[in-house]
Design a protein around this ligand. Structure first.
Ligand code: PLP
Length: 373
């Protein structure tokens, strides 16, 4: 249906918004979904039932109360073992926290990130009409270019620096020495260590040392999400840091941003140890599968080291053909080849269930024969 709206959008809406594409989320009904770094496991039946019962008595007629929000903060503090010297803010996914952070810094200032890295860092800068600068990761191993970062910090004085630890889409954690150097070098920037994939890192984190770090560097914050541990649908991210910074961030947090169903869900799932154990167990299975998949995928290209729930692989031949053939077979993977010149021929593949992983390998073998890659 073509709609004739009697409205001159150019007169009303920012031209850069009109010119920009919307964030694309593709339909995946009936597909094996290995393209979005989700946990492939659903909740076991006993948890589903317990959760349903817990949610059935939630008062949907009321806005979430400040007490409910505080209860959620306390649950996250216990669950993630966040020290009482740190304050915590919750977001509707860490995506929302990234938008809030962009609203916190002055007009015309810079956000600095690495490239390739999580796309929302740049998107948040564009939407908030801030400047964005990114420094390429090293082309061979996707490590951090420390000199490049230091030069950019000196030149642009960014108010916000993002370090994804581990990085998406490359998968590995940067060297701690490099991150520590950046921390020392940028005392005038908010540095966000984005630990979205922390559950798969074998305990690599800045969260536990953050109370000590902020004594000298109060500008450091650590952000995480529940999305990768099996709760992507809840949309809950959190950021921890110095009380005074979290206090300012709270001023740009939309009221009631965490809905009552999400709050009640985490009350059930994350304040009962048995339920946490179930989620932890799923993360462990994903880590074990990652090791197996890294070995098996080696036949099809160069597999990069990963501390996350996905693998980046440079295909031996054409990643576009492989992606399309997989799609025809009902398997979605992310083709990141066009995201950055250093990612040519690269696919990012989430770790699925054993069955999904085997299906992927089976089809890659078939495709290898068909298209001779
Ligand atoms: C590095 C990184 N940070 C943050 C996010 C966003 O997570 P959320 O689902 O909490 O918005 C992602 C999602 O893929 C990510 O890769």
């Amino acid at each position: 249906m073509t709609e004739n709206i009697n409205l001159n959008l150019q007169n009303i809406i920012r031209q850069d918004i009109i010119d920009s594409p919307a964030y694309q989320v593709h339909s995946s009904i009936g597909m094996i979904k290995l393209d979005a770094m989700e946990n492939p496991f659903i909740l076991p039946e006993n948890l589903q039932k317990g959760l349903a019962q817990h949610l059935s008595v939630v008062h949907l007629n009321r806005y979430p109360s400040p007490e409910d929000y505080q209860t959620s903060v306390d649950i996250i503090r216990n669950y993630a073992d966040i020290h009482s010297d740190l304050d915590i803010l919750l977001g509707n996914g860490s995506d929302e926290i990234i938008s809030m952070l962009a609203n916190l810094i002055p007009d015309n200032s810079y956000i600095l990130a690495l490239s390739p890295s999580f796309v929302m860092y740049k998107a948040s800068a564009d939407i908030a009409r801030l400047n964005f600068i990114s420094i390429d990761l090293k082309s061979d191993d996707f490590n951090l270019d420390l000199e490049g970062m230091k030069n950019a910090i000196q030149k642009y004085n960014p108010r916000l620096i993002y370090l994804a630890y581990p990085n998406n889409p490359t998968g590995a954690c940067f060297s701690k020495n490099d991150i520590d150097e950046i921390i020392k070098f940028a005392p005038n920037s908010l540095i966000i260590i984005d630990e979205a994939y922390q559950a798969f890192t074998n305990n690599k984190t800045y969260m536990s040392s953050l109370p000590d770090i902020i004594k000298q560097y109060p500008n450091i914050l650590v952000m995480r999400t529940l999305s990768k541990i099996g709760l992507a649908g809840l949309r809950l991210g959190y950021i921890a840091g110095h009380k005074q910074i979290i206090q300012q961030l709270n001023k740009v947090r939309p009221p009631y941003n965490i809905n009552v169903l999400t709050q009640a869900s985490i009350e059930f799932l994350l304040s009962i140890q048995e339920n946490i154990d179930t989620l932890n167990m799923q993360a462990q299975i994903i880590c074990q599968q990652r090791i197996i998949m890294a070995e098996k995928l080696d036949e099809f290209g160069k597999v990069f080291n990963s501390d996350a729930n996905f693998l980046l692989i440079r295909m031996n031949k054409d990643a576009n053909i492989v992606q399309n053939k997989l799609k025809e077979a009902g398997i979605l993977v992310k083709n990141v080849s066009n995201m950055h010149k250093n990612l040519h021929n690269c696919l990012r593949i989430s770790i699925g269930t054993l069955e999904e992983n085997n299906k992927l390998l089976e089809w890659l073998k078939k495709i290898k024969v068909i298209v001779n890659i």
